[in-house]
Design a protein. Structure first.
Length: 456
């Protein structure tokens, strides 16, 4: 028997171990290469995927609305709160006490001076007016009768004066003839008697005339008193009828039919709102900027819309010691009736105007406490989708939205003033900004190239 050749088997072990040690590095290298190839393929796949077509039916860009940067008048202004006051307005109160028996108007009616408003229990007052009128008529008749009597007496006096003159001449002629012996003393006595009778008649006529004149004076005084009583009664009746002293619009009626009122009661107000005044308290620091004729705008409470324009008409020469403000009054025409008396309004004094860049408030994006706008610019090939990524029937975008930092000034209506960051003629995104990022391709839905100038 031959024994196994142990030396041969032992000689094989080192060989196998050597083969195993030499095969291990090749396996690791092959695995590493495989991992690298997989990673590179993933990167290539991601890059290609970013340029691939969007999901079926989705646009290759964000729909936005563009607008050119606008240039307009930028105002330097200050805002205040004030109360409007009608230049013409009255509070109607009765001048007598009584019960409301008739109301001639309703709230909101436009009235003219002298228009009756209410009537206050006129029955007794009308009777007094009628009695006073009757007294005037009687006194006037008495005066006319006294005047007629006086005229008659004066005419009779003329006759008696003539008779006296005749008797005086007859007496003188008779006395001459008696001296010549042509007539007797008895004839002279008769002539003397007739002269005395004529003189007595003249004296009586004068006394009657004096009495008639006194009676006429009394009649005139009585008539004057009657007319005064009539005027007082008529005035009292007019006081019972409350009338509009000015033209305007009737306010709320504070009384009701049948209600008892006194001179302390307010019946209504009549206001003419055609022209309104506004009082503003301007800080003393702005006193040197104030001037007559300076524009003032009234602004709607819930928006920046201008509802009326006026100008400063009065600047107080004194400063309020407690508030350190200067009282200013502005005047506004109110032909359309949009404003009312005692209305609180937001007012804006416009100190100056100049040209500046304006953008709509809807175009502003705020990030981290800073303000930005999206400017439409031509996109690079790397930013725009490739042609094969454009769905059939859709337009390929050629612009991207570029995020740009801007510095804003004051707000002008619905626009902000841009102090820096934009130039006139550039195009910005004004709608659709919520779906944008810096460099996003955009598809303009509309662009208005005519509105390059804005007058806020």
């Amino acid at each position: 028997m031959t024994s196994p050749n142990l030396s041969s088997s032992e000689s094989l072990r080192p060989t196998m171990a050597s083969d195993l040690r030499s095969g291990a590095p090749r396996w690791l290298i092959a695995g590493s290469l495989g991992i690298l190839l997989l990673g590179g393929g993933f990167v290539v796949w991601r890059w290609l995927g970013s340029r691939s077509a969007p999901p079926f039916g989705m646009p290759p860009g964000v729909a936005v609305t563009l607008e050119p940067v606008q240039v307009g008048q930028v105002q330097d202004s200050s805002e205040f709160l004030g109360d409007l006051e009608a230049q013409t307005g009255v509070v109607l109160q009765p001048e007598v006490s009584g019960r409301i028996t008739q109301v001639f108007v309703t709230a909101g009616d436009r009235v003219s001076p002298g228009t009756p408003i209410v009537l206050i229990s006129p029955e007794q007052t009308q009777a007094e007016v009628n009695a006073a009128q009757a007294s005037v008529t009687a006194a006037r008749s008495a005066r006319e009768s006294a005047a007629a009597t006086l005229r008659s007496l004066r005419e009779r006096q003329i006759e008696r004066d003539a008779e006296l003159a005749l008797q005086q001449a007859e007496y003188e002629r008779t006395a001459t003839l008696v001296e010549q012996g042509a007539l007797s003393q008895q004839d002279l006595d008769f002539a003397s008697r007739d002269l005395e009778v004529a003189q007595a008649a003249v004296t009586s006529a004068q006394e009657e005339i004096a009495a008639a004149e006194a009676n006429l004076s009394q009649s005139q005084a009585t008539l004057a008193q009657a007319e005064a009583n009539q005027a007082a009664a008529q005035e009292n009746l007019q006081d019972r009828t409350l009338v509009a002293p000015i033209a305007g619009i009737v306010g709320d009626l504070e009384i009701k039919l049948g209600e008892y009122v006194t001179p302390s009661n307010e019946v209504t107000r009549i206001v003419e709102n055609a022209t309104l005044d506004l009082e503003l308290e301007v800080p003393i620091e702005d006193r040197d900027r104030l001037s007559l004729g300076l524009p003032v705008e009234l602004v709607a409470t819930n928006s920046n819309d201008v509802i009326a324009s006026g100008s400063i008409t009065f600047i107080s020469p004194q400063t309020d010691a407690s508030t350190q403000t200067v009282l200013v009054e502005a005047q506004f025409d109110n032909a359309d009736g949009r404003l009312q008396d005692a209305q609180k309004v937001d007012a804006r004094i416009i100190w100056s105007e100049q040209t500046g860049v304006l953008v709509p408030t809807s175009a502003i994006t705020r990030i981290g406490g800073q303000t930005f706008v999206y400017v439409a610019e031509s996109g690079s090939p790397e930013e725009l989708p490739p042609p094969e990524a454009i769905p059939p029937g859709m337009s390929a975008p050629d612009q991207v939205a570029r995020l740009r930092l801007v510095e804003l000034g004051g707000i002008q209506g619905n626009s902000y003033q841009v102090m820096s960051g934009l130039e006139p003629g550039e195009t910005i995104v004004v709608a659709g900004i919520l779906n944008l990022q810096d460099g996003t391709p955009i598809l303009p839905e509309s662009i208005d190239t005519d509105q390059t100038t804005l007058n806020p």
